[in-house]
Design a protein around this ligand. Structure first.
Ligand code: NAG
Ligand code: NAG
Length: 359
């Protein structure tokens, strides 16, 4: 393309021979198709420069990469008042939990639909006491970007709340109205604190970690930590649209597609995940777990391909002694659930309850 364009330009110049155009060309010979549109050339060169420099910048300053992975600055929906969940969601209050000195996270607590009437107008104290009402409790760990008020998350709380679950949905540090700066180890600390808080109030009710997307790595991080450091088993872990680890996730998400052929893609981009202290090792974590583990993946997930969920399932199945405790449910393409909308499938509560042997 470029060469042919160049040849044409030269021919054109030769053929022209004389006059006004020839004078112009004598001073500033124009060669190549970029030659006749300097502004386009400048823009293209800048884009090329940006394209080439991003991987090197990421390698030099992995903190840039953490911004892309966490996307906490994209706090959509931008005008939702997180202190007023009632405008978006029934049976719900917002509460705040200090998770370590200097860090307080915002949480929504949705009570089961059957307690809805009773919950109206109640204070936080009533909600806390309700946690011991024998309904199972889901600690919901959302994916990257946005806050707990994002529409697909609200959809999840509506569906599972109506189906008889308590839901505690937090914004990790650095997200929503939570303070602090995001980091993988910080997220683990936040969720562990929420688990302890819930456990102290839950009586005999079971507690389930439910991770979506990026949150799946946080769910298994915390479940593993509880088991290894305290010998405590969470009652179940559900992983919705998961990955094997953050490096594999980065190698598969669409946004890195334009770099997959880039020389040094692995070294410059994928290896920089570890330099930014991001691991999210679902694949290593599930080998340690022994609690019921349910993996959900839609066949038409274009963000994290379903092969990653399958691979994670195989890894867990190989490692678990009791194979019946690990299950993979995939959702066919025709349902159109994609990466974010498994929680809009009305069958979901039944599938989950069947797996957990609940009524
Ligand atoms: C809350 O429940 C009422 C009664 O069922 C309903 O009319 C209303 O739309 C619900 N509000 C929200 C925010 O979902
Ligand atoms: C928990 O279960 C045990 C045995 O079933 C029962 O004795 C106890 O009262 C229950 N505790 C609560 C807080 O419900």
């Amino acid at each position: 393309m470029r060469r042919r364009g160049g040849a044409e330009a030269v021919e054109h110049g030769n053929g022209d021979g004389s006059g006004r155009a020839a004078e112009g060309r004598a001073e500033r010979p124009r060669r190549g198709w970029l030659g006749w549109c300097p502004r386009l050339r400048t823009v293209l060169l800048q884009l090329l420069l940006m394209y080439i420099s991003v991987p090197f910048l990421v390698r030099l300053f992995p903190v840039i990469l953490t911004k892309f992975v966490f996307l906490n600055f994209m706090a959509f929906p931008f005008f939702a008042d997180l202190r007023q969940p009632a405008l978006l969601l029934n049976n719900t209050i917002s509460l705040y939990l200090p998770t370590e000195p200097g860090v307080t996270v915002g949480i929504w607590h949705t009570v089961p639909g059957s307690s809805g009437t009773e919950a109206r107008g109640r204070e936080q104290r009533w909600f806390e006491e309700a946690l011991a009402d024998a309904h199972p409790i889901i600690i919901y760990l959302h994916g990257n970007g946005g806050t707990r008020a994002a529409s697909h998350r609200i959809q999840f709380m509506k569906l599972m709340g109506a189906a008889g679950f308590h839901i505690l949905a937090l914004d990790y540090r650095g997200y929503g109205d939570s303070s602090g700066h995001p980091s993988e180890s910080g997220f683990t600390t936040d969720v562990l604190a929420l688990y302890d808080w819930a456990k102290a109030r839950s009586g005999n009710s079971s507690i389930i970690f439910w991770g979506h997307s990026l949150g799946t790595g946080i769910a298994t991080n915390v479940a593993r930590k509880l088991q290894e450091e305290r010998g405590v088993q969470v009652d179940a872990v559900v992983l919705e649209s998961p990955y094997t680890n953050i490096r594999d996730a980065a190698a598969n998400i669409p946004i890195t597609k334009i770099y997959r052929q880039f020389p040094g893609f692995e070294y410059l981009i994928l290896d920089s995940m570890a330099l930014g202290n991001m691991f999210f090792r679902n694949d290593e974590n599930v080998k340690v777990l022994a609690c019921p583990l349910l993996i959900l993946h839609a066949e038409d997930d274009t963000v994290l391909p379903p092969q990653l969920g399958r691979q994670l399932f195989e890894t867990a199945r190989r490692a678990y002694k009791d194979k019946s405790k690990v299950k993979l449910i995939t959702f066919p393409e025709k349902l159109g659930l994609g990466h974010d909308y498994i929680s809009s499938n009305p069958e979901l509560p039944t599938l989950v309850k069947d797996f957990l042997n609940m009524k």
